[in-house]
Design a protein around this ligand. Structure first.
Ligand SMILES: [Zn+2]
Length: 125
């Protein structure tokens, strides 16, 4: 089953726009992180609050990195022409689902089923 080309093109544009935003946010948070480090060494009294702020920046940065990787994966799948196709049953994955989880390779039904299986047979990570 192949998914409509216009739909993929639309999602691809959406992903590219999100990718740009994330990339610039990452550059920004990286700059903030460097500033925070200078601040940390300059004043030890405020270190605790600076640490909190820093770890938050790191968290956001890590999160953005994950999303960025997911978007890259999705873009690769678009290139390969397998984007939007469930790798388990071959059905088309809904557009809303692909936008919310661009890296998904399972339709909602298979995802629910695999999650139920994972709960029954927990894998060691
Ligand atoms: Zn499926």
């Amino acid at each position: 089953m192949t998914i409509r080309k216009e739909k993929v093109a639309h999602i691809k544009n959406d992903l590219l726009a999100r990718r740009n935003t994330l990339a610039s946010e990452l550059r920004k948070s990286h700059a903030e992180l460097i500033n925070d480090e200078e601040f940390l060494f300059s004043d030890s009294v405020d270190q605790a609050s600076a640490d909190t702020g820093k770890s938050l920046v790191v968290q956001i940065k890590n999160r953005n990195h994950i999303v960025l990787a997911e978007i890259d994966q999705a873009l690769k799948r678009i290139e390969l022409g397998i984007f939007g196709e469930c790798e388990r049953c071959g059905d088309e994955i809904s557009e809303a689902r692909m936008k919310a989880y661009p890296s998904t390779t399972l339709c909602i039904q298979c995802k629910t089923e695999t999650e139920a299986e994972a709960l029954r047979y927990p894998k060691k990570i």
